[in-house]
Design a binder for this molecule. Sequence first.
Ligand code: PFF
Length: 438
Amino acid sequence: MSIDTRDSFTGKFGVIAAAAGSAVGLGNIWRFPYVVGENGGGAFLLVYILFILAIGIPVMMSELIIGRRAQKNVFGAFKALAPKHPYFIIVGIMGVGAAFMILAFYSVVAGWTLEYTYLAVSNNLLTKTSSELSVFFSEFSQSTTGPVIWMVVFMFLTGAIVIGGVQKGIERYTKILMPVLFIIIVILCIKSATLDGAGKGFSFLFKPDFSKVTGKVILEALGQAFFSLSIGMGVIATYGSYIQKKENLFTTAVSVSFADTLIAVLAGVAIFPAVFAFGIDPSSGPGLVFETLPNVFNHMAGGYFFSVAFFLLLVIAALTSSVSLLEVVVAYFAEELGMKRTVATVIATIAITLFGLLAVFSSEMFNFFDKTSSNILLPLGGILISVFVGWVLGKLQVKDELSAHGGKVRMIGLLMIILKIIAPLAIGLVFLNGIGII
Ligand code: PFF
């Protein structure tokens, strides 16, 4: 995606594919199941879906509005749209911090995925029993050489794509590959659902136990919603700037959020029945997917093929997300610090890779980056974005942008109430409650 030439995506599916490419990634298939597992299952899922509908979609629309109206990335956008309120650029600056933190651990997990792709290809995955898989994961993730090498490879690929121009590539590949990933996950769901003891997994995922809902659980659900939708840090605003005026931003936000949530829920359906069938602890943390899914491949016809395809496609899904994260940092270096794009990309990639080493060497740092970005930086960004669009841009501009200059806009009243009051208040309360202040 080149910032200098403002060409746009070639149509509705292109835009949705690119934004969905950012949204769908490790967040859906790695993070969602492990966070659901840590937070008690069904009740978490319900709160999560509520946040997607009531806060996620409106905030995503707001970012799209900001980007498309300004025709600039998030830094230029706030300056152009509200020259009298320069402090809103803090959204972009917090976004750079969040991008650094997210990429630091994201690239580590993507590195694990590369290792698992390699294991699958070399047929070293299906030969392991369930307990061997768990031991392997903990030894591998606690070692350094392997994870560092794969993490560097992943960051190199991310940097190379950003230098090469993301837009055409993203559009071309996500259109074909993400539906293939979707089909593989559906096949995994069917297999997993027919394992002995699968029923417990379904109850865990779909039967809410409200006694498990605490302030922390609610904050985790909110953080996961922001993380999974790629909102709260200006990524979606940047994509919005490439969307043609004739496209409908409401439909875009709803389609992307729907696709993202569907993939996360399907990942849950593929994983939790197997978690219980193989006697794995649902709250075993970031290793959950890596310890569980190989068992399913192990028990299915064509397991070799499916395991290779699954991990490879997961790497690609991770790449279409990581490029959108790196883009935020590159845009900052280029637009605000006046660097050339190529130089900015090289420096940003190297800096983030070094930062990522912290997440390889220390699981405390890994968790700190993971939780701080999702549960603090993105929700705070979300408050500012809603306030900006609700109060600073205001109804007339929002209406104008949503209707593509004229035409009818449905539910504008509701949207404005959400952006002005409900979203900032709800995010604020969840946040303060989750960190134990109220
Ligand atoms: N949404 C991505 C995922 O679910 O994997 C991760 C992500 C990308 C988060 C871009 C935030 C972001 F700005």
